[in-house]
Design a protein around this ligand. Sequence first.
Ligand code: ATP
Ligand code: MG
Length: 568
Amino acid sequence: MTEAPRDSDERTERSLNFIEQIVDEDIAAGKNGGRVHTRFPPEPNGYLHIGHAKSICLNFGLADEYGGQTNLRFDDTNPVTEDTEYVDSIKNDVRWLGFDWENEFYASDYFEQIYQFAETLIQKGLAYVDDSTAEEISAQKGTPTEPGRLNQYRDRSVAENLDLFRRMRAGDYPDSAKVLRAKVDMASPNMQLRDPIIYRIKHAHHHRTGDAWCIYPMYDFAHGQSDAIEHITHSLCTLEFEVHRPLYEWFIQQLELFPSRQIEFARLNLTYTVMSKRKLKQLVEEKHVSGWDDPRMPTIAGIRRRGYTPASIREFCDRIGIAKRDNLIDVGLLEFCIREELNRTAPRLMAVLDEKPLKLVITNYDLGREEIMHIENNPEDPSAGVRDVPFSREVYIERDDFMENPPKKFFRLFPGGMVRLKGAYIIKCEEVVKDNAGEIIELRCTYIPESRSGSDTSGINVKGTIHWVSVPHAVEAEVRLYDRLFSVENPAADERDFKELINPNSLETVRAFVEPALVAATRSGSLTNVQFMRKGYFILDADSTDALPVFNRTATLKDGWAKEQKKG
Ligand code: ATP
Ligand code: MG
C-alpha cells in the first residue's frame, strides 16, 4: 500500500480541503497504487501572477503532502502568443517561490503523439475534417436549449478524413481552411461536447518546434492528453474548466489513456487589480506600467520587486485556502502577510521622506561634534543587534513632525515643546526660523545632555519619539510610494474598460534622506527588506545607482505611529 502522508500530525489539526479529501478517497480506493503526481501547466504567453502562485502552492504542496511529485509542464500549443522569454521567467518565478519540479516538460514535445491520437480518433470514426468557416461552425452549434445542426462533412469516410488530415499536416491548406473536429454529440446539453474542434491550421513559427508543424492541437486535445502521457494522477485546474471535464474524460476513454483525474478549484481574484495575462500584457505593452515586473503589477516578478518574500506569498496562499466557489480576496490580506513577516524580520532604520525636510539645529551641541548612537535594529528580535547611527548638531526631521500651532494631544514637536529623537536625545524647540515668504526653514533647538537613550538620567518624560537623519551623514535617495493600481475594487467586473479604471496616483516618487547604514548594507546585499521607522516597509530597487539609491515601498505600517508612541 501507500506511505503515510508526510505531515500527518499537521493534517489532524486542521480540516482537509476538498481536494485532499478526494485524494484520500482515491488512495483508500487503491487508485494509481496510492501515487500522487500533479503538474503545474502554465501557458508561456506572459508572466506568472499571484493567481498562478495559488495554483503552484496547491500543486506542489499537495504532492509534497502525499510524498508525490509535480511536473512543470509548459502548455505551449499556441505558437503565436508564446515565447521563450516567458518560459524563462516562469521557471525563475516557480523556483523563487521555493518549489522544485520533478520534470520539465513541454506539451509541444508531445505534438507527434497527440497527432497520432487524432489519427486514432479518425480511424475509430470519432473525428472528421470540417471545411466550414468559423462562423458557420458557431452558427451550427445551436444554443444550450437547442441542439446543433449536423453538416455534410460529418459523414466523411474514415479514408477521406485521414487523407485530408494528413494533407492538413503536410501544409496543403492555408490557415483556417479546415479544422479537425471530434465527433461527440451535436445535441449534448454540454456545448463543449458538440463536436469540439481539436486541430486547427496555423502556419506559424513555434518557439520550440520551429516550422515543423502547421497544425496545432486545441487546448482540450492537448491538456488531458499531456496529463495522461505523464501519468498525472490529479490534474488540478480552475473552475471554468468544469464544463470541459466530460470532454477530458471522453478523450481519455476513447483513446484508452492513463485515467488522469481532473479536479476544479476556484481561481484567485484579488481586489484592486486584474488577473488575466491578456490584460496584464496590455498594461505592459501600452506602457501603463514600466514592465511585467513593475512593483504595482500582481505578477510574481512585480510582487517580488515590490519587496514581498516567497514565504509571505506561500502564507497568503495558505490562508486563502482552496474553495469550490469563485471569490474576491481582499488585497489587504496579502499586505497583512508581508507585514506580519517583516515586522518580525526587517530591521528598522531611519529615513526622512521629504524632499524639503525640516532642518533642526541643536544650538548647544558643539559645532563639529559627532557621536555614534547604538540603535536597536529590531525591537521584536533582540538577536538582530544594534547598529551605529551618527548624530551631529544638525538633523533632518519630517516636516509633519512639527506644528507651529499644534492641536491638543499633538505629541511631536512644536514651539517650546520637547520630543525624543529616536535612540538619541530629548530636544526642545526654542525658535522657528522662517524665510521672507514665511516658510519655515529651520528649527533652533537645545538638547538635554543627560537624556541620551540608554543612559538617560534627565528624569524628563516626553510623549513623542520622532525619527531623524544627521544632515552631514544623510544619503539622498529616491523613494517610490506605490498604491493600488486600480481605483475600483473589482475592475474585471466593471462595465467600463479596465484601463479607464487605473488609479492615476498609483505611484508617487519622492526624494528622501536616509541614514548611511541603510545604503551601505542594502548595497552589499546583506540587507534586503527594511522598515523605515514609522513609514513602512521598503526594499532597494534594481534601478539604484551609486549616486542615487532607489527604494520601493512594499507596504505601509498599519498603525505604526500609535505603536511607536506607546514605547515613548
Ligand atoms: P490567465 O487567464 O491569467 O491567462 P490562465 O489560466 O490562462 O490564466 P495558464 O498559464 O493557462 O493561465 O495557467 C496555468 C495554471 O494556473 C492553470 O492550471 C490555471 O488554472 C492556474 N491559474 C491561472 N490563473 C489562476 C488564478 N487566478 N487562480 C488560481 N489558479 C490560476
Ligand atoms: Mg490559459
